[in-house]
Design a protein. Structure first.
Lengths: 144, 196
Protein backbone atom coordinates (compact mmCIF):
# COMPACT_ATOMS: atom_id res chain seq x y z
CA UNK A 1 0.00 0.00 0.00
CA UNK A 2 2.92 2.34 0.66
CA UNK A 3 3.72 2.59 -3.05
CA UNK A 4 0.20 3.63 -4.06
CA UNK A 5 0.19 7.36 -4.71
CA UNK A 6 -2.70 9.75 -4.69
CA UNK A 7 -4.15 10.57 -8.10
CA UNK A 8 -3.71 14.03 -9.60
CA UNK A 9 -7.44 14.51 -9.20
CA UNK A 10 -7.33 13.67 -5.49
CA UNK A 11 -4.47 16.10 -4.93
CA UNK A 12 -6.18 18.87 -6.87
CA UNK A 13 -9.50 18.30 -5.10
CA UNK A 14 -7.68 18.48 -1.77
CA UNK A 15 -5.92 21.67 -2.82
CA UNK A 16 -9.20 23.20 -4.03
CA UNK A 17 -10.96 22.19 -0.81
CA UNK A 18 -13.70 20.28 -2.62
CA UNK A 19 -13.19 16.71 -1.33
CA UNK A 20 -15.40 14.87 1.15
CA UNK A 21 -14.50 14.97 4.85
CA UNK A 22 -13.42 11.28 4.94
CA UNK A 23 -11.27 11.65 1.85
CA UNK A 24 -9.74 14.80 3.25
CA UNK A 25 -8.60 12.92 6.36
CA UNK A 26 -7.22 10.10 4.21
CA UNK A 27 -5.33 12.46 1.88
CA UNK A 28 -3.96 14.48 4.77
CA UNK A 29 -2.65 11.31 6.37
CA UNK A 30 -1.11 10.11 3.12
CA UNK A 31 0.61 13.45 2.51
CA UNK A 32 2.35 13.20 5.87
CA UNK A 33 4.09 10.04 4.82
CA UNK A 34 4.49 10.34 1.04
CA UNK A 35 7.13 12.77 -0.21
CA UNK A 36 6.15 12.37 -3.90
CA UNK A 37 2.51 13.30 -3.34
CA UNK A 38 3.53 16.12 -1.05
CA UNK A 39 5.74 17.43 -3.84
CA UNK A 40 2.78 17.34 -6.23
CA UNK A 41 0.71 19.36 -3.76
CA UNK A 42 3.56 21.86 -3.41
CA UNK A 43 3.56 22.31 -7.20
CA UNK A 44 -0.06 23.41 -7.00
CA UNK A 45 0.75 25.82 -4.21
CA UNK A 46 3.60 27.19 -6.34
CA UNK A 47 1.30 27.65 -9.34
CA UNK A 48 -1.13 29.55 -7.15
CA UNK A 49 1.60 31.77 -5.69
CA UNK A 50 3.29 32.41 -9.05
CA UNK A 51 0.00 33.37 -10.71
CA UNK A 52 -0.88 35.75 -7.90
CA UNK A 53 2.57 37.33 -7.93
CA UNK A 54 3.51 37.40 -11.60
CA UNK A 55 0.43 37.20 -13.80
CA UNK A 56 -0.37 40.44 -15.59
CA UNK A 57 -2.94 41.19 -18.23
CA UNK A 58 -2.53 44.02 -20.73
CA UNK A 59 -4.69 46.90 -19.47
CA UNK A 60 -7.07 48.82 -21.70
CA UNK A 61 -5.69 51.84 -23.48
CA UNK A 62 -8.33 54.19 -22.02
CA UNK A 63 -10.25 54.87 -18.83
CA UNK A 64 -13.14 52.42 -19.06
CA UNK A 65 -15.40 53.95 -16.42
CA UNK A 66 -15.16 57.42 -18.00
CA UNK A 67 -15.88 56.09 -21.46
CA UNK A 68 -18.78 53.88 -20.39
CA UNK A 69 -20.36 56.64 -18.30
CA UNK A 70 -20.02 59.04 -21.22
CA UNK A 71 -21.74 56.55 -23.54
CA UNK A 72 -24.55 55.70 -21.16
CA UNK A 73 -25.39 59.18 -19.92
CA UNK A 74 -25.06 60.68 -23.38
CA UNK A 75 -27.42 58.00 -24.72
CA UNK A 76 -29.92 58.79 -22.02
CA UNK A 77 -30.05 62.49 -22.87
CA UNK A 78 -31.32 62.01 -26.40
CA UNK A 79 -34.60 60.22 -25.76
CA UNK A 80 -35.28 62.58 -22.86
CA UNK A 81 -34.66 66.03 -24.30
CA UNK A 82 -35.78 65.80 -27.91
CA UNK A 83 -39.27 64.33 -27.44
CA UNK A 84 -39.84 66.67 -24.48
CA UNK A 85 -39.04 69.77 -26.55
CA UNK A 86 -41.09 68.56 -29.50
CA UNK A 87 -44.07 67.79 -27.34
CA UNK A 88 -43.77 71.16 -25.64
CA UNK A 89 -43.67 73.06 -28.94
CA UNK A 90 -46.55 71.05 -30.36
CA UNK A 91 -48.70 71.76 -27.33
CA UNK A 92 -47.96 75.49 -27.53
CA UNK A 93 -48.73 75.62 -31.26
CA UNK A 94 -52.01 73.79 -30.92
CA UNK A 95 -52.93 75.97 -27.92
CA UNK A 96 -52.23 79.19 -29.79
CA UNK A 97 -54.02 78.11 -32.92
CA UNK A 98 -56.99 77.03 -30.84
CA UNK A 99 -57.01 80.29 -28.84
CA UNK A 100 -56.70 82.41 -32.00
CA UNK A 101 -59.57 80.54 -33.58
CA UNK A 102 -61.77 80.96 -30.50
CA UNK A 103 -60.97 84.68 -30.09
CA UNK A 104 -61.40 85.26 -33.81
CA UNK A 105 -58.09 87.16 -34.00
CA UNK A 106 -56.53 88.35 -37.24
CA UNK A 107 -53.66 86.36 -38.73
CA UNK A 108 -51.18 89.13 -37.82
CA UNK A 109 -52.22 89.23 -34.14
CA UNK A 110 -52.21 85.46 -33.92
CA UNK A 111 -48.66 85.31 -35.32
CA UNK A 112 -47.31 87.83 -32.82
CA UNK A 113 -49.04 86.01 -30.00
CA UNK A 114 -47.61 82.74 -31.23
CA UNK A 115 -44.02 84.03 -31.44
CA UNK A 116 -44.14 85.65 -28.01
CA UNK A 117 -45.57 82.56 -26.33
CA UNK A 118 -43.08 80.21 -27.97
CA UNK A 119 -40.17 82.42 -26.89
CA UNK A 120 -41.46 82.61 -23.34
CA UNK A 121 -42.04 78.86 -23.18
CA UNK A 122 -38.58 78.08 -24.50
CA UNK A 123 -37.04 80.43 -21.98
CA UNK A 124 -38.92 78.70 -19.19
CA UNK A 125 -37.88 75.34 -20.52
CA UNK A 126 -34.18 76.20 -20.48
CA UNK A 127 -34.45 77.61 -16.99
CA UNK A 128 -35.47 74.20 -15.73
CA UNK A 129 -32.23 72.60 -14.71
CA UNK A 130 -31.13 69.50 -16.55
CA UNK A 131 -30.63 67.54 -13.34
CA UNK A 132 -34.26 68.16 -12.35
CA UNK A 133 -35.49 66.68 -15.61
CA UNK A 134 -33.21 63.69 -15.19
CA UNK A 135 -34.41 63.01 -11.67
CA UNK A 136 -38.03 63.03 -12.80
CA UNK A 137 -37.15 60.68 -15.61
CA UNK A 138 -35.33 58.18 -13.48
CA UNK A 139 -38.21 58.11 -11.03
CA UNK A 140 -40.76 57.48 -13.76
CA UNK A 141 -38.47 54.80 -15.23
CA UNK A 142 -38.25 53.04 -11.90
CA UNK A 143 -42.01 53.20 -11.42
CA UNK A 144 -42.52 51.75 -14.88
CA UNK B 1 -16.66 43.90 -1.81
CA UNK B 2 -19.11 43.19 1.03
CA UNK B 3 -22.69 42.34 0.10
CA UNK B 4 -24.07 45.39 1.89
CA UNK B 5 -21.64 47.73 0.12
CA UNK B 6 -22.56 46.04 -3.12
CA UNK B 7 -26.26 46.67 -2.53
CA UNK B 8 -25.65 50.32 -1.65
CA UNK B 9 -23.58 50.83 -4.76
CA UNK B 10 -26.21 49.23 -6.98
CA UNK B 11 -28.95 51.32 -5.39
CA UNK B 12 -26.97 54.53 -5.94
CA UNK B 13 -26.16 53.62 -9.53
CA UNK B 14 -29.84 52.85 -10.16
CA UNK B 15 -30.86 56.26 -8.85
CA UNK B 16 -28.73 57.81 -11.59
CA UNK B 17 -25.62 58.49 -9.54
CA UNK B 18 -22.98 58.62 -12.25
CA UNK B 19 -20.12 58.47 -9.76
CA UNK B 20 -21.50 55.31 -8.16
CA UNK B 21 -21.77 53.63 -11.52
CA UNK B 22 -18.20 54.62 -12.37
CA UNK B 23 -17.05 53.11 -9.07
CA UNK B 24 -18.87 49.93 -10.01
CA UNK B 25 -17.10 49.85 -13.38
CA UNK B 26 -13.70 50.45 -11.76
CA UNK B 27 -14.44 47.72 -9.23
CA UNK B 28 -15.24 45.03 -11.80
CA UNK B 29 -13.09 46.13 -14.76
CA UNK B 30 -10.33 43.67 -13.90
CA UNK B 31 -12.74 40.75 -13.62
CA UNK B 32 -14.30 41.60 -16.98
CA UNK B 33 -10.85 41.90 -18.55
CA UNK B 34 -9.92 38.48 -17.14
CA UNK B 35 -12.95 36.97 -18.84
CA UNK B 36 -12.95 38.85 -22.14
CA UNK B 37 -9.19 38.81 -22.84
CA UNK B 38 -8.67 35.01 -22.85
CA UNK B 39 -11.58 34.60 -25.26
CA UNK B 40 -11.13 37.55 -27.57
CA UNK B 41 -7.42 38.33 -27.26
CA UNK B 42 -5.76 41.71 -26.95
CA UNK B 43 -7.38 43.75 -29.67
CA UNK B 44 -9.71 46.62 -30.48
CA UNK B 45 -12.54 44.10 -30.20
CA UNK B 46 -11.64 43.50 -26.57
CA UNK B 47 -12.00 47.21 -25.84
CA UNK B 48 -15.38 47.37 -27.58
CA UNK B 49 -16.63 44.27 -25.77
CA UNK B 50 -15.57 45.59 -22.36
CA UNK B 51 -17.56 48.76 -22.98
CA UNK B 52 -20.50 46.78 -24.26
CA UNK B 53 -20.45 44.60 -21.14
CA UNK B 54 -20.84 47.57 -18.81
CA UNK B 55 -23.54 49.17 -20.95
CA UNK B 56 -25.44 45.87 -20.61
CA UNK B 57 -24.73 45.87 -16.87
CA UNK B 58 -26.27 49.32 -16.59
CA UNK B 59 -29.28 48.36 -18.67
CA UNK B 60 -29.90 45.22 -16.64
CA UNK B 61 -29.01 46.53 -13.20
CA UNK B 62 -32.66 47.10 -12.20
CA UNK B 63 -33.37 43.39 -12.84
CA UNK B 64 -30.45 42.25 -10.64
CA UNK B 65 -32.06 40.74 -7.52
CA UNK B 66 -28.89 39.92 -5.52
CA UNK B 67 -29.60 36.19 -5.84
CA UNK B 68 -25.94 35.79 -6.72
CA UNK B 69 -22.91 37.95 -6.11
CA UNK B 70 -22.67 41.00 -8.32
CA UNK B 71 -19.28 39.77 -9.59
CA UNK B 72 -20.83 36.49 -10.80
CA UNK B 73 -23.65 38.33 -12.52
CA UNK B 74 -21.30 40.78 -14.26
CA UNK B 75 -18.91 37.94 -15.10
CA UNK B 76 -21.73 36.02 -16.77
CA UNK B 77 -22.62 39.07 -18.87
CA UNK B 78 -18.95 39.40 -19.88
CA UNK B 79 -18.75 35.72 -20.82
CA UNK B 80 -21.99 35.69 -22.82
CA UNK B 81 -21.07 38.91 -24.64
CA UNK B 82 -17.66 37.47 -25.60
CA UNK B 83 -19.10 34.15 -26.76
CA UNK B 84 -21.75 35.88 -28.84
CA UNK B 85 -19.03 38.00 -30.40
CA UNK B 86 -16.97 34.88 -31.22
CA UNK B 87 -19.97 33.15 -32.72
CA UNK B 88 -20.40 36.03 -35.13
CA UNK B 89 -16.71 35.92 -36.10
CA UNK B 90 -16.20 32.36 -37.15
CA UNK B 91 -13.08 33.06 -39.18
CA UNK B 92 -11.39 34.69 -36.22
CA UNK B 93 -12.30 31.77 -34.03
CA UNK B 94 -10.74 29.35 -36.48
CA UNK B 95 -7.43 31.23 -36.53
CA UNK B 96 -7.41 31.43 -32.79
CA UNK B 97 -8.06 27.72 -32.45
CA UNK B 98 -4.99 26.97 -34.50
CA UNK B 99 -2.87 29.19 -32.32
CA UNK B 100 -4.08 28.40 -28.84
CA UNK B 101 -4.93 24.74 -29.32
CA UNK B 102 -7.86 22.87 -27.94
CA UNK B 103 -6.87 19.40 -26.69
CA UNK B 104 -9.29 16.54 -26.90
CA UNK B 105 -11.83 18.12 -24.65
CA UNK B 106 -15.42 17.29 -25.46
CA UNK B 107 -16.82 19.59 -22.79
CA UNK B 108 -15.17 22.65 -24.25
CA UNK B 109 -16.38 21.96 -27.70
CA UNK B 110 -19.97 21.62 -26.60
CA UNK B 111 -19.89 24.95 -24.79
CA UNK B 112 -19.12 27.13 -27.76
CA UNK B 113 -20.83 25.73 -30.80
CA UNK B 114 -18.46 27.01 -33.51
CA UNK B 115 -15.45 25.30 -31.93
CA UNK B 116 -16.99 21.89 -32.51
CA UNK B 117 -17.18 22.59 -36.20
CA UNK B 118 -13.45 22.95 -36.47
CA UNK B 119 -12.37 19.92 -34.47
CA UNK B 120 -10.36 18.62 -37.43
CA UNK B 121 -7.86 21.41 -36.89
CA UNK B 122 -6.84 19.97 -33.56
CA UNK B 123 -4.18 17.89 -35.30
CA UNK B 124 -2.55 21.04 -36.64
CA UNK B 125 -1.52 22.22 -33.20
CA UNK B 126 0.34 19.14 -32.08
CA UNK B 127 3.77 20.14 -33.44
CA UNK B 128 3.47 23.54 -31.76
CA UNK B 129 2.59 21.91 -28.47
CA UNK B 130 5.62 19.69 -28.87
CA UNK B 131 7.81 22.70 -29.55
CA UNK B 132 6.44 24.47 -26.48
CA UNK B 133 7.51 21.55 -24.31
CA UNK B 134 11.08 21.93 -25.53
CA UNK B 135 11.28 25.62 -24.76
CA UNK B 136 12.91 26.90 -21.63
CA UNK B 137 10.83 27.98 -18.67
CA UNK B 138 8.15 30.43 -19.71
CA UNK B 139 6.92 33.32 -17.62
CA UNK B 140 3.58 32.60 -16.03
CA UNK B 141 1.79 35.09 -18.30
CA UNK B 142 3.31 33.47 -21.39
CA UNK B 143 2.47 30.01 -20.12
CA UNK B 144 -1.13 30.92 -19.34
CA UNK B 145 -1.40 32.43 -22.79
CA UNK B 146 -0.56 29.03 -24.30
CA UNK B 147 -3.55 27.36 -22.66
CA UNK B 148 -6.83 26.79 -24.50
CA UNK B 149 -9.22 29.67 -23.98
CA UNK B 150 -11.55 28.17 -21.40
CA UNK B 151 -8.72 26.56 -19.44
CA UNK B 152 -6.91 29.88 -19.44
CA UNK B 153 -9.94 31.76 -18.20
CA UNK B 154 -10.72 29.19 -15.51
CA UNK B 155 -7.16 29.21 -14.19
CA UNK B 156 -7.17 33.01 -14.01
CA UNK B 157 -10.58 33.21 -12.35
CA UNK B 158 -9.74 30.54 -9.78
CA UNK B 159 -6.17 31.48 -8.86
CA UNK B 160 -6.07 35.20 -9.53
CA UNK B 161 -9.64 36.35 -8.96
CA UNK B 162 -10.08 33.72 -6.23
CA UNK B 163 -13.57 32.76 -7.35
CA UNK B 164 -14.98 29.41 -6.26
CA UNK B 165 -15.66 26.56 -8.68
CA UNK B 166 -19.39 27.19 -8.23
CA UNK B 167 -19.04 30.89 -9.10
CA UNK B 168 -16.95 30.11 -12.17
CA UNK B 169 -19.60 27.58 -13.22
CA UNK B 170 -22.27 30.27 -12.93
CA UNK B 171 -20.21 32.64 -15.06
CA UNK B 172 -19.55 30.03 -17.77
CA UNK B 173 -23.03 28.46 -17.62
CA UNK B 174 -21.53 25.02 -16.92
CA UNK B 175 -21.69 22.57 -13.99
CA UNK B 176 -19.04 22.63 -11.28
CA UNK B 177 -17.55 19.35 -12.53
CA UNK B 178 -16.87 20.87 -15.92
CA UNK B 179 -15.04 23.74 -14.24
CA UNK B 180 -13.02 21.20 -12.28
CA UNK B 181 -12.09 19.50 -15.51
CA UNK B 182 -10.96 22.78 -17.13
CA UNK B 183 -8.91 23.63 -14.06
CA UNK B 184 -7.38 20.16 -13.87
CA UNK B 185 -6.25 20.22 -17.49
CA UNK B 186 -5.15 23.83 -17.36
CA UNK B 187 -3.00 23.34 -14.27
CA UNK B 188 -1.43 20.14 -15.56
CA UNK B 189 -0.37 21.92 -18.71
CA UNK B 190 0.87 24.90 -16.72
CA UNK B 191 3.06 22.62 -14.61
CA UNK B 192 4.76 21.44 -17.81
CA UNK B 193 5.08 24.88 -19.33
CA UNK B 194 6.61 26.59 -16.35
CA UNK B 195 8.71 23.52 -15.61
CA UNK B 196 7.56 22.92 -12.08
Amino acid sequence: MENVHLTDEQIQNYFDGVCEANEKIFIKGHLQTCADCKKELEKLTSIDQIIKAEFKITPLSFNLSDKVAKTIFKREKRPVAIPAILLHVLLILSGIVGAGYCLNLSLHDSSIMLILTVMLSLLLYFFMSYSEIRKLQIKSKMLA
Amino acid sequence: MQEEDEKKLVKKALSGDQRAFKTLVDQYERLVLHIVSPLVGISQDREDICQDVFVKVYQGLSSFKHNSRLSTWIGNIAYNTSVNFLRKKRAFLLDDLKISGNENDETIRTDIAPLSEYSEFQELITPEQELVKKETRLSVSEAIDKLPKLHKMTVILFHYEELSLKEIGMILNVPENTVKSYLFRGRNKLKDLIKL
